[in-house]
Every structure is written in structure tokens, then in C-alpha cells.
Write a protein that binds this ligand. Structure first.
Ligand code: MD3
Ligand code: FE
Length: 207
């Protein structure tokens, strides 16, 4: 049978980064994470911990905790330091893939261990909706789900492999999406196993 067509505005570049580029990007991310360690965030109000550990780079980091809720801030909540710069390799990817003239100023780094998952959600922060989102997967495969504009729309599943790039703009920006689970041990790239995903965004108008 034929795979269903991907939703409009959803661009899938399988294997965009080859093995050498994946290794180089991983080394850059390791350096960055030594400065800005992965940390555990929590849901607004309930304080329920997110299973995905996160960090960031660029002017703005995305953070969430029980009391403050979802927000962007200029400093890492654990170290108190400004976020590291976004690696040049990712700035080039953003420009080449999307053709956007202005660079991303927010890079979210997600780490999935064997049990981590990311529930179905929309990326609907008004401050980043004007531009695209670009993502790179490194390490173990992820079972990715993408739906429609309503939470209950049918979902398509897609395996994201190490080196794959996904980006979407326009109509794609408000699609519900999530990560059901990863296939722990499916890649040897990360010595400790698991999956790193980086997303790039340009956010405007944060006070
Ligand atoms: C499709 N991250 O950081 S990346 C996120 O694998 C996020 O860590 C996932 O969802 C991850 O918000 C997925 C690919 C992705 C990102 C945003 C999307 C796909 C998307 C927004 C709309 C539709
Ligand atoms: Fe998302």
C-alpha cells in the first residue's frame, strides 16, 4: 500500500545529516550540554514532571514549572547563566532548509531515555507562530505521531531516525504531534543510548 501523504506544510528530509555530520553535531551538543545541562521541567499547576529532559541554546530558552507555567527566559533555570550560542551547523541548516533570512533565536534540546515520551500537543506560542520550526533527530529511533488541527483528528505515525530533519511552516505549524516512545538501543550514536532532538524557532516580541 501507499503511505498516506504528509500534511501540508510538513517537510520530511530523511537522512539529511550523514554519519559524519551527526557525529559532529553530537560533539557540539555535548559541549553545549556541559555548560547548560539537561534538567527536568514540570507541568504548570500540577507540577507533574516531564519525562523528556531538556536544555536550550540561543537568546531564549523554553521553560516550564509548576508556579511560573510555560515561558521563555534568557537564563538556564538551574545554572542561572545565559544559554549557550546555537551551533553554526544548526544556523546553516535553518537557512538552507527554510530560506528564512532571519536566524533562529531559540533552540530546544530534548533528551529521551528508554521511558520518555512527549504527549500529543500543539506548538502554539504566539511569539513563535510567525516562523517555521526545524527539528533534527540524533540517536535512537522515535515513533512520531502527527495529527490534525483538532486533538481527536486521526494520527499518522512516522519513524524518525538519527540524522532526519523535519520542518514545517505555515499550515503545518498548528498540527497536533507527539512522540509515543523511542526504540531504545536502535542506534549506537549516543554511548548512553536514547535520543536527542533539537528544535529551532525564531520568537518575536517576548518582553
Ligand atoms: C509537527 N519535539 O519540541 S520534533 C517540541 O521529537 C516537539 O522532541 C518533538 O514536539 C521531539 O515541541 C518533535 C518535530 C516537530 C516539532 C514541532 C512540530 C514536529 C512538529 C510542530 C507541528 C507539527
Ligand atoms: Fe512540539
Amino acid at each position: 500500500f501507499e503511505p498516506a501523504p504528509l500534511p501540508a506544510g510538513f517537510h520530511f528530509l530523511p537522512g539529511h545529516f550523514d554519519a559524519a555530520e551527526q557525529a559532529a553535531l553530537l560533539a557540539e551538543l555535548r559541549q553545549l550540554l556541559a555548560e547548560a545541562p539537561l534538567f527536568q521541567q514540570a507541568m504548570p499547576r500540577s507540577g507533574a514532571p516531564l519525562s523528556v529532559r531538556m536544555s536550550g541554546a540561543g537568546t531564549w530558552g523554553w521553560v516550564t514549572d509548576k508556579v511560573g507555567g510555560y515561558r521563555y527566559q534568557r537564563t538556564h533555570p538551574v545554572t542561572g547563566h545565559a544559554w549557550p550560542a546555537i551551533p553554526e551547523r544548526l544556523l546553516r541548516l535553518w537557512a538552507e532548509a527554510t530560506g528564512e533570512a532571519r536566524p533562529p533565536n531559540q533552540c530546544l534540546i530534548n533528551y529521551y531515555d528508554a521511558k520518555a515520551r512527549l504527549g500529543l500537543h500543539q506548538d502554539k506560542d504566539a511569539v513563535s507562530l510567525g516562523g517555521p520550526v526545524v527539528s533534527v533527530s540524533l540517536g535512537d529511533d522515535a515513533r512520531f505521531a502527527v495529527g490534525g488541527l483538532a486533538r481527536n483528528a486521526p494520527l499518522q505515525r512516522l519513524d524518525l531516525h538519527s540524522g532526519d530533519v523535519v520542518w514545517f511552516g505555515g499550515a503545518g505549524r498548528l498540527l497536533f504531534h507527539g512522540v509515543d516512545r523511542i526504540r531504545f538501543g536502535s542506534s549506537a550514536l549516543l554511548a548512553e543510548g536514547g535520543r536527542l532532538n533539537v528544535t529551532l524557532r525564531r520568537i518575536e516580541g517576548v518582553p
